[in-house]
Design a protein around this ligand. Structure first.
Ligand code: NAD
Ligand code: LMR
Length: 329
């Protein structure tokens, strides 16, 4: 393995998601067994001690693909030369808290990190935001990084996408690998719209296979949209291993490409497609290849879907207006 290591920066590295994510990246889950990775891990100062413990564990795994680890509390240093930045560090939602409550607490983190990425990351940087409220945090980071092309930023809705596939597989008895063309529209929040009207199960239209509009409206959509809250209720803390897994899926597919005859859900900057206001970071069906993405065009949107997409993008517009008011963008 003589290749130059890919530099992957991860923020909030001593947190719950970090504890799963770092070991997956270090073991080659993102770039395969032949590409060395260097981990560059950002934490707040009080968490650096715990992070040192995590690094000891990374060392103890003796991963052949792990070329080095650097840790620190200065974003400028940690983002230096980064090719991929996974922005996980944020304050997670706790019981009873709405995601909107998090805007102010987390906004300041993403202004600083946007600027630090702008000034220090490698020219080919790609940035994936997992920390909530993920779409608006990505918008804040993007706005504070004017020299980085806007399409290099995305927010994670792959967990919702994976949840939707899993629910549909359980309902129909299909294997998850038979399900394609799933779409999450809008915000990574309870207003998101998981859309199976364009999804397919072994090539057949998923909504027709299900044949039960009531299940779609009253069971499937709320189960997927409120899954994060259900996990918080059950576990006492937010999803971690599944969020790390989705963060890997999203980054891997972005960099290496989505499957033929399929697409993935990613929250990316809107160009106005499907009536989503330009400039919002909203989830769309996208195809990816080599670090680029394209919104799938030409899908027919019926009145039911229109209402759902509009509700979630209205929430995104409200979040954007709130952070504008706070002077964060
Ligand atoms: P956690 O509290 O266990 O870890 C967060 C870590 O971030 C902490 O170690 C904290 O010290 C660190 N941190 C805080 N401010 C930081 C800063 N300025 N720079 C660097 N690090 C900082 O939380 P977690 O369970 O790992 O979740 C992380 C985030 O991911 C939360 O916002 C959570 O809501 C979100 N999340 C998103 C999804 C999704 O699908 N988009 C899914 C699950 C969780
Ligand atoms: C999730 O989807 O599991 C997380 O975003 C947690 C949350 O706050 O909903």
């Amino acid at each position: 393995m003589s290749k130059t290591p890919v530099k992957v920066a991860v923020t909030g590295a001593a947190g719950q998601i970090g504890y799963s994510l770092l070991f997956r990246i270090a073991s080659g889950a993102l770039f395969g067994p032949d590409t060395p990775v260097e981990l560059r891990l950002l934490e707040i100062t009080p968490a650096l001690g715990a992070l040192e413990g995590v690094v000891m564990e990374l060392d103890d795994c003796a991963f052949p693909t792990l070329a080095g680890v650097e840790i620190g509390d200065d974003a400028n240093t940690i983002f230096d030369g980064a090719n991929l930045a996974l922005l996980v560090g944020a304050r997670p939602r706790t019981k009873g808290m709405e995601r909107g409550d998090l805007l102010e607490a987390n906004g300041a983190i993403f202004t600083g990190q946007g600027k630090a990425l702008n000034d220090n990351a490698a020219d080919d940087i790609r940035i994936g935001v997992t920390g909530n409220p993920a779409n608006t945090n990505a918008l804040i980071a993007m706005t504070n990084a004017p020299d980085i092309p806007r399409e290099r930023f995305s927010a994670l809705t792959r967990l919702d996408h994976n949840r939707a596939i899993s629910q549909l597989a359980a309902k129909t008895g299909a294997s998850v690998t038979d399900i394609t063309k799933m779409t999450i529209w809008g915000n990574h929040s309870a207003t998101q719209y998981p859309d199976i009207f364009h999804a397919e199960i072994a090539g057949k239209n998923a909504a027709e296979v299900v044949g039960d509009q009531s299940w779609i409206e009253n069971d499937f959509i709320p189960t997927v949209a409120k899954r994060g809250a259900a996990i918080i209720e059950a576990r006492g803390s937010s999803s971690a291993a599944s969020a790390a897994s989705a963060t890997i899926d999203a980054a891997r597919d972005w960099l290496t490409g989505s499957k033929k005859d399929d697409w993935v859900s990613m929250a990316v900057v809107s160009d106005g497609s499907y009536g989503v206001p330009e400039g919002l970071i909203s989830s769309f069906p996208v195809t990816t290849s080599g670090g680029s993405w394209e919104i799938v065009q030409g899908l027919e949107i019926d009145d039911f879907s229109r209402t759902k997409i509009d509700a979630s993008t209205a929430e995104l517009a409200e979040e954007r207006d709130a952070v504008k008011e706070l002077g964060l963008i």
